[in-house]
Design a protein around this ligand. Sequence first.
Ligand SMILES: [Mn+2]
Length: 409
Amino acid sequence: MKILHTSDWHLGSSLYGYKRYDEFETFLKWLAGLIRKEQIDVLLVAGDIFDTSIPSNRASGLYYQFLNMVNEIPGLQIIITAGNHDSPSLINAPQQLLKQLHIHVFGSIPENPENEIVVINDERGQPSLIVCAVPYLRDRDIRLSEPGESIEDKTRKLENGVQDHYQQIIGIAKAKRDKLGEHIPIVAMGHLFVSGGMTVDGDGVRELYVGNLARIRAENLCDGIDYFALGHLHVPQIVSGNETIRYCGSPLALGFGDACQQKQVVIVDFKSGSPVIRTEPVPKFRDIRTLHGDISTIEDEIRSLQTLDHPIWIEAVVSGTLPPSTVQNRLHDCTDGTNVRIIRIKPRETDGIVFNPGEEVESLKDLSEIDVFRCCLDAKEIPVEGRQELEDAFLEILHEMHEEDTLAE
Ligand SMILES: [Mn+2]
């Protein structure tokens, strides 16, 4: 059994408003080619298929075109679980139809936990792999919140709930393996932030849960299984030095923060019993770079990039005292009609947001929701002492909004 582990496609996402459909399309074609070339038996996609809970028709189209493309590969089975960005009901809607095509989708946890497990047979019809297809666990899936609970109470209940759920599902998987009477590898999927996980600034990872306190030890979730296929973090990494617990990371850089990283998918081969794991680098489908320096240094660098013949997207972190409008005009004059496009201009000194009277305020696109809320607190002159509580409450509301499956009805 050979599996391919990928996650965090974020189909439909844009970079500061610039659409990236061509990159997604090229990636999915490349992935289908790799699955064919490597003779993959099982494709695991561990959450964040789409960037938003209501993906555009074009993003949905890419998803179904991909499923159709790989459906032609003989013997391939596909397991897709939802992430925190996905709408559970949207992922689940075509469940019955896709099952006919050996594509198993898990938008949310099924009512019967037995159904969260997929047994994969080999070409001779022998059970050869057991997959615990655990999607992103939403608050409401795993704990009952009560009014008046502190953040600590909530976090503890959440952590216990996540652990209990994994224990239950892996317990069922092990019982299944015992019944089948063979050593069949067990693989678990997950979309969560485990302790020891790493992010970089500006890599597009949205915080889970309130205050992001709930970080569970992966080892406590996957005791006795053979491979833990994780999604959510966009930086590819192994967890706690254990080769068999992995984030494959996003295949595309989703911000300037992770643009310099080598992205990858993971291939796990269970041919000889114990897993043989290797990574396959994902080609860069667009040249995305950050340039630092004063305006003339950046202009020089842009001119040298113009000798390359492919499109390049630039974030310019500009030092110096020139007014933003001057910087903007100079950079646009320098790149107009060329292969280099300025996606974002950022003053170097800005840590957080500084409002300089008479100057243009940064674009809303540059600010997160909590940044805007903090500006609001500033504008209302809320004293520092009360702010933490207000920020926590705001984050809780925001989290509930993100988790709401608006079109589920
Ligand atoms: Mn993600």
